[in-house]
Design a protein around this ligand. Structure first.
Ligand code: FAD
Length: 309
């Protein structure tokens, strides 16, 4: 019997094996956070994600921690890491040196971003004197120094908060693609119609790289809503209503979050989406459950070679 996800995927001419996921983590600050991160990585790794990405703190504040986390993923797991990198607060030479060190360490995927203004989201962005101006410049630099490195970039289903109109937004994405980006990952969104409308705009501009939806499981509604406001992601009233009155009820919140997120993801499968990027917040449970609903099952380690036994 087909699972729900398999039936949905096949309605769009896809099979479950076409579905791919990637997971985003942030570099831990403390030993306790490091343990949480690694427990999550170990739990999610058997789902065989396409790649796992590690964010870069605002202003490059996590440079060493991002690098250390990526290096540990490379040395201790079979996962393919993607290192996030921004243009903020560094000269071109400094950014190039980080790229070179990733290349040397065996990293073959970078998520290239401009980053947020040093004074915080909402203030004017000023490129570092002698630094890369925007993500498109960083993409070009990475690809020309290390053509072996795959580059992903950001995209915004509801426009970046600094974009005055759609033509500037789509032109910016096109510049990043022309500079060598081969995948865009979206800021999270809760209304799938906005994502579908964005895909139409992207296609109309002749952009054909995959636009992978960024999915955020809502672990804490008020925190997510605050972050969404800063990031320019709208929170529809119907979405907020689902978490109403659950502030002091963690168990129900968790169940509702799983239901809401799986509903979003399965609706995207209905719309023909096959790749999903999960903002894990370094927590595995919700993401694991949603991947399970997508039909993913842990890949068992290969049996020992009989001849060698
Ligand atoms: P860009 O693509 O360079 O664009 C930024 C803005 O400038 C857009 O509004 C664009 O339209 C406008 N623009 C570009 N070129 C021009 C031009 N020539 N003239 C006028 N306007 C122009 N931040 C972090 O600090 N660390 C991370 O690890 C991180 N990871 C992220 C991962 C994803 C998937 C996403 C979606 C975002 C992430 N961010 C991260 C946040 C990101 O850094 C911010 O959203 C930042 O404000 C913009 O970066 P960008 O790469 O999208 O910028």
């Amino acid at each position: 019997m087909m699972t729900d996800a398999a039936a949905r995927a096949s309605r769009t001419g896809k099979s479950l094996s076409d579905l791919r996921v990637s997971f985003e983590f942030f570099p831990p600050k403390t030993e306790a956070m490091e343990e949480t991160l690694w427990r999550s990585v170990e739990r999610l790794a058997p789902l065989a994600p396409d790649f796992v990405s590690v964010t870069y703190g605002a202003g490059g504040s996590t440079r060493e921690r991002t690098h250390a986390t990526v290096a540990r993923i490379l040395s201790e797991t079979a996962l393919k890491p993607a290192a996030h990198l921004t243009c903020v607060g560094a000269t071109r030479a400094e950014v190039d040196a980080v790229v070179d060190s990733y290349a040397e360490a065996g990293v073959r995927h970078i998520v290239a971003l401009r980053g947020d203004p040093v004074e915080g989201i909402g203030t004017a962005y000023r490129p570092h004197p002698g630094g890369y101006d925007r993500a498109a410049d960083l993409v070009g630099a990475i690809r020309s120094r290390h053509p072996e490195i795959e580059v992903s970039v950001s995209a915004y289903a509801e426009r970046h908060p600094e974009s005055p109109d759609w033509s500037i937004e789509i032109d910016n994405l096109k510049r990043k693609v022309d500079a060598g980006a081969s995948r865009a990952i979206t800021q999270f969104f809760f209304d799938n119609d906005l994502y579908s409308a964005f895909l139409d705009r992207v296609a109309a501009a002749g952009i054909s790289i995959p636009i992978v939806p960024g999915i955020v499981p809502v672990l804490n509604f008020s925190q997510t809503a605050k972050f969404a406001e800063k990031a320019g992601a709208s929170v529809p009233d119907w979405f907020a209503a689902r978490f109403e009155g659950l502030e002091d009820d963690a168990a129900t919140r968790q169940l509702v979050a799983a239901a809401v997120c799986s509903e979003q993801v399965l609706d995207l499968v209905d719309r023909g989406v096959s790749d999903f990027h999960f903002y894990t917040m370094n927590r595995a449970d919700l993401v694991y459950a949603i991947c399970h609903l997508l039909g993913m099952r842990p890949v068992k380690p290969a049996a020992p070679d009989a001849a060698a036994a």
